[in-house]
Design a protein around this ligand. Structure first.
Ligand code: NOJ
Length: 544
């Protein structure tokens, strides 16, 4: 009847309790969360002012803040011109210290972004590197001679469009950039680069940060021979999502096996500081290759981000197969994770559909593994509408269909003009996704999406098997209902989610009581249930 999929060990912190990073992470895009100085752009002091909401009202365990470092903002902070400071747009180091202190007072952990693959072309290191061929920092970036025909050194492409090489007139060589030409690739094969970058980790660890989200963590090591990538025999079709980058198989421009040595060294710095943490942005569809970033001895990233549920079609089987595949791929003792949204992807309410937001919330927060909630998803925010020509995202300017502005619209705190994000007369840097919902309007409504998130998060605390227990798929029921048991030390909860837009009969293995539904209240003690379209329920056994 059941399909066992679990490796049930739970990572522990120094005190022997479950590690803090098994809890709920909440991602904050700092430009868009809360604007304390009314310039239409969010900032660190704005975030500090909302920590009570995150800790007390919502009840999450850790925040991840996307980059707030000095930057020309060509890629909105993912082009870092100083790894050890705060951009004045977001505040100061002292504001960051205040944020950490307040977060820790509220028992919230703070994860920050670390962008080791590339800096800004305005970083002092790159300015030196490009000044002359014999500059001591020349080799800190990836410079190559032109090909014999004067063209780029090989066929590698930029994810943001065009070739990944930029010719530098002054020194007559090309430099590599996997993203914008304003984001030159650091050369991680140079030990001085590694030392300097590991020092930037220590800088923030010394300041009290609890962990890092490592940007494109699989890109740090490329083929040392710089071989051409092979052509992709089946690129995605023309139309939405068409992308030149897909015309190649990316076997040489990222994820060289030496990457694992680098991640071991990064981990060793983080481990020197005790209960700290790293989660890497790893886009790797092959599960075994993905899992290799934990390290066989769990000595690399604490977790590679699992993006498999972002684009899975909304079917029970689609989700079941990804969940089972992740569990099967995990090295012994590794802890899984799930993410339904981030600053690069269309919002879950738009992708999955607004009718499915509530079921998606139950799913995200009851699967085994660390969930990451993207800010605003707890309100069910949809993608914003950005008029043609108004794109701010450099990727969106090139490919309007891939415009990431849509998921970066400001957080909606109140129904007032400015939506509590900025003041009533300031213009926010992006338009609001909608004008008809906010934290304030949802908080008092027991049927709101925010209330549902709060309820599930509280349930995870009361019924710890929902947060930490083993997961076992229940397979006896209609294929279009995804159902699983969560078990921990004799405690059991069952989850059932109807992925269809029609009612479904469902039978639990015993008599149960409902502890949560996305839809209507039910009488106690039942074993059969008729699930409404898109309904998710959580139940506990009362009698076997
Ligand atoms: C991945 C980040 O998530 C994305 O926002 C950024 O544009 C690229 N890395 C480049 O840093």
């Amino acid at each position: 009847m059941t399909e066992a999929v679990d490796t049930p060990s739970i990572p522990c912190g120094a005190d022997g309790n479950p590690a803090w990073w098994t809890g709920i992470i909440y991602q904050i895009y700092p430009r868009s969360f809360a604007d304390s100085n009314s310039n239409g752009i969010g900032d660190l002091t704005g975030i500090t002012g909302q920590l009570n909401y995150l800790s007390g009202t919502l009840g999450i365990d850790a925040i991840w803040i996307s980059p707030f470092f000095p930057s020309p903002m060509a890629d909105f902070g993912y082009d870092v011109s100083d790894y050890v400071d705060v951009d004045p747009m977001f505040g100061s180091l002292s504001d960051f210290d205040d944020l950490i202190a307040e977060a820790h007072r509220l028992d919230l952990r703070v994860i920050i972004d670390w962008v080791p693959n590339h800096s800004s072309d305005q970083h002092a290191w790159f300015k030196e590197s490009r000044s002359t061929r014999d500059n001591p920092k020349r080799d800190w970036y990836v410079w190559r001679d032109p090909a014999p025909d004067g063209g780029p050194p090989n066929n590698w492409l930029s994810i943001f469009g065009g070739i990944a090489w930029e010719f530098d007139d002054t020194t007559g060589q090309f430099y590599l950039h996997t993203f914008l030409k304003e984001q030159p690739e650091l050369n991680w094969r140079n030990p001085e680069v590694e030392t300097a970058m590991l020092d930037t980790l220590r800088f923030w660890l010394d300041r009290g940060v609890d962990g890092f989200r490592v940007d494109v963590a699989h890109y740090l090591m490329k083929d040392p021979a710089f071989r051409d990538n092979p052509i992709n025999p089946s690129p995605r079709p023309v139309g939405k999502d068409r992308h030149d980058y897909d015309t190649q198989l990316h076997v040489y421009d990222n994820a060289h096996t030496d990457i694992h040595t680098v991640h071991r060294r990064i981990r060793s710095v983080i481990d020197d500081y005790g209960d700290r943490f790293s989660i890497g942005e790893i886009h790797e569809p092959d599960w075994d290759a993905w899992a290799s970033y934990y390290g066989d001895d769990l000595d690399q990233l604490h977790m590679p981000y699992n993006f498999s549920l972002l684009w899975v079609p909304w079917t029970a089987e689609g989700f079941r197969s990804q969940i089972v595949a992740q569990e099967a791929a995990l090295p012994t003792g590794a802890w899984p994770n799930h993410v339904f949204g981030n600053h690069d992807e269309s919002r879950l309410a738009t992708r999955f559909g607004t009718d499915r937001v509530r079921a998606a919330a139950v799913l995200l927060l009851t699967l085994r593994g660390t969930p990451t909630i993207y800010y605003g998803d707890e309100l069910g925010l949809v993608d914003g509408v950005i008029g043609p020509g108004n794109e701010q995202d450099p990727w969106g300017k090139l490919y309007p269909d891939l415009n990431r502005d849509v998921c970066r619209t400001p957080m909606q705190w109140t129904p007032d003009p400015g939506m509590g994000f900025t003041n009533s007369t300031s213009r926010s840097w992006l338009p609001y996704a909608t004008s008809d919902t906010s934290v304030e309007t949802q908080i008092g409504d027991p049927n709101s999406t925010l209330s549902l998130y709060r309820t599930i998060i509280e349930l995870r605390r009361v019924h710890t098997e929902l947060a930490l227990g083993a997961i076992t798929m229940l397979t006896d029921n209609p294929a279009n209902v995804l159902s699983y048991a969560r078990t921990l030390e004799g405690a059991v909860s069952y989850v059932a989610i109807n992925f269809t837009d029609s009612v479904q009969r469902f039978v639990f293995p015993c008599v149960v009581d409902q502890i949560l539904t996305t839809h209507a209240h039910r009488e106690t003690s039942f074993s059969e249930v008729t699930l409404a379209a898109d309904e998710a329920i959580v139940v506990k056994p009362v009698r076997w």
